[in-house]
Each structure stands twice: as C-alpha cells, then as structure tokens.
Design a protein around this ligand. Structure first.
Ligand code: FES
Ligand code: FES
Length: 170
C-alpha cells in the first residue's frame, strides 16, 4: 500500500506491506533512534510522537502513519542543536546506557506540550510507560523538570524543520 506522511519534517512517500509495523518502517527509513525493546508495548523504547501524541510504534501498523506528522527523538534536536529536553538529560545524568533515552525524551516532549510545569509526580506518571534499567528515574525526572524551566524561560523551543520531499520503499 502507498503511504504518505511526514517524518521529522520531511515528506515521505513509500510502499508498505499491510502487516508492516510502524517501528520497522521507521527504522527502515533510517530513524534508528526509534528503538525496539520489548516489541509488546511494555518498555517505551519505540516511542514516537504522532500528530503530537505519544505513541508506541511497535504497537502501530505502518498504515496508521498515513497522513500523520511523525516525530522521533532526532526530530526534536541533535548534537549540534539539542532540544532543551535532550540537553537537560545530558546535564542531569539522566543518560547511562542510553537505550531508553530517545523514548524518554519523546515521552517528556509529549508531557511538556500539555503541561509546561509538571510536578515530580506528573513527570513520573508521564514516563511510567518508559522503562529505564540504569538511572533509577530520579535523574530523569530532574531532567524533565529542568527542561520545563528552561522552556518556560525560552518558549518556542519546539522542533522546526522545513518540509522537503523524500521518496523510498520500506
Ligand atoms: S518496543 Fe515498543 S513498547 Fe517496547
Ligand atoms: S539509560 Fe540505560 S536503560 Fe535507561
């Protein structure tokens, strides 16, 4: 089936199998920041934003991306231009092995878009579907709240990205 959607600001048009999972399609497009941990909706490693909502791409069919705007962690920012959430994770020691980090930052971005000043409990709840085997969560919550403060001081820190065309087959 033919699909069209936007991935990190780039228009994508490609053919996908009807039973293809979104996580596989996105990774096939080079979005390797979309991790697969459990593959069953338990770990959050495959988190993406779909039209701004936090979704688990291992539980989605690729067909469900049709017409949507998909954002992965690398669409939030990168090494040269980190998003405040990414910077806060690095500065607060919220990254150890890093396997959960992309998904955690996506969960945090979804939270802060809805609730720009979360309490610790609200931040914990927002990341409760994202498992981290390394950090114990305290530093992650510290980072989410630090990012919230920074974003409050400097609004308009969301992802940008001019839409360009990209064609391919997954
Ligand atoms: S890989 Fe999707 S929730 Fe674990
Ligand atoms: S930093 Fe290792 S799983 Fe979270």
């Amino acid at each position: 089936m033919r699909l069209s959607f936007t991935l990190n600001g780039q228009a994508v048009r490609l053919d996908a199998a009807p039973d293809q999972r979104a996580v596989d399609l996105l990774r096939g497009l080079g979005a390797l920041d979309v991790k697969e941990g459990c593959g069953t909706g338990e770990c959050g490693a495959c988190s993406v934003l779909v039209d701004g909502a936090h979704k688990l791409s291992c539980l989605m069919l690729a067909a469900q991306l049709e017409g949507r705007e998909v954002l992965t962690a690398s669409g939030l920012g990168g090494e040269a231009d980190p998003h405040p959430i990414q910077r806060a994770f690095a500065e607060h020691g919220a990254v150890q092995c890093g396997y959960c980090t992309a998904g955690m930052t996506i969960a945090a971005a979804a939270l802060l878009a809805q609730n720009p000043d979360p309490t610790r409990l609200e931040a914990r709840r927002a990341i409760s579907g994202n498992l981290c085997r390394c950090t114990g969560y305290v530093k992650i919550v510290d980072a989410v709240r630090a990012a919230a403060r920074e974003m409050a001081d400097a609004p308009d820190q969301g992802p940008d990205g001019e839409t360009t065309d990209r064609e391919g087959a997954a």
